[in-house]
Design a protein around this ligand. Structure first.
Ligand code: NAD
Length: 268
């Protein structure tokens, strides 16, 4: 049976990637496309907007109205738009995959509430390989003695404003979890700190420049050896492909709050 997909934020950079990823995914079909009501894209064909042949799905500004034609919604829009998506999907009993980042506490609480009615997956990074890296980092941190220093390096394009990246912080959380700890916030940047390093700390290093899509490098530094685990994204399409694969998996799951790791590791 074909899984019917709706995309919120369809006129954005990730929206275009998602339309292409759905078109390329066997068994999935785009049946609804939504963007902000002030968007110039309202009324355009979602396929054409993404640079594909027309697909007969116009961009709409009213998610509840299109939900009856949808099995799963994928939201890559804006943090302040997500609460409305969550409410609509919970009311319409439609599965929800959220890739939008920067969700505030109220929106996350709304996600928890909705997860009693529908399956919801929230992932600030939907790359499949990056999510495997999170698992590897947690395992390595749990296996290696706590005296190993952990350094998380990330590089992104010159336009990125936040640092360290949300993904670097997630890697730090995974490393801390492996040690049975939690990562304190705010984190400090290693290069900005003077003096000797304390034993076994989790540090962060950041580089900005050019058009780097995203690089994350986690090093476990011991006396006489280093373990390096690295992920390099070269194309934003990887985030869309991961999100679309996870969204397809989410359909038919029991209500609950899911992570990419549930999708990646429970099926094996
Ligand atoms: P973008 O600004 O290009 O696109 C956002 C789209 O959302 C725009 O078309 C905008 O009009 C639309 N939008 C805004 N308010 C809306 C509303 N109320 N209802 C419906 N649509 C609305 O941004 P982008 O680069 O495509 O990124 C979108 C989000 O995805 C960001 O939060 C970004 O951080 C996140 N992101 C996540 C991943 C991941 O792996 N999970 C990867 C890349 C980007």
């Amino acid at each position: 049976m074909t899984i019917r997909v709706g995309i919120v934020g369809v006129a954005g950079r990730m929206g275009a990637q998602l339309v292409k990823a759905v078109a390329a995914a066997p068994g999935l079909e785009l049946t609804a496309a939504v963007d902000w009501r002030g968007s110039a894209a309202i009324g355009s064909d979602a396929g054409t907007l993404a640079g594909l042949p027309a697909c007969g799905v116009p961009v709409r500004d009213d998610l509840p109205a299109v939900l009856p034609a949808v099995d799963v919604v994928i939201d890559f829009s804006r943090a302040d738009a997500v609460a409305a998506t969550v409410a609509a999907c919970a009311a319409g009993k439609v599965a929800l995959m959220i890739g939008t980042t920067g969700l505030d506490a109220a929106t996350l609480a709304a996600v928890d509430g909705a997860s009693r009615r529908i399956p919801v997956l929230v992932a600030a990074n939907t790359s499949l390989a990056l999510n495997v890296l999170l698992d590897l980092v947690q395992r390595a941190a749990s296996a290696l003695p706590a005296g190993y220093d952990i350094e998380i390096f990330e590089a992104h394009h010159r336009h990125k404003v936040d640092a360290p990246s949300g993904t670097a912080l997630a890697l730090g959380d995974a490393a801390a979890a492996g040690r049975g700890e939690s990562l304190p916030r705010p984190v400090s940047l290693t290069g900005a700190r003077a003096g000797a390093r304390s034993d076994g700390g989790i540090g962060f290093s950041v580089m900005r420049g050019g058009d780097v899509v995203g690089e994350h490098d986690v090093r476990f530094l011991g006396a006489g050896e280093q373990l390096r685990l690295t992920h390099v994204a070269t194309d934003r399409a990887v985030f869309a492909h991961g999100a679309v694969a996870a969204a397809g998996w989410l359909v038919g799951r029991p209500p609950g709050r899911y992570r990419m790791a549930d999708f990646l590791f429970q099926e094996q």
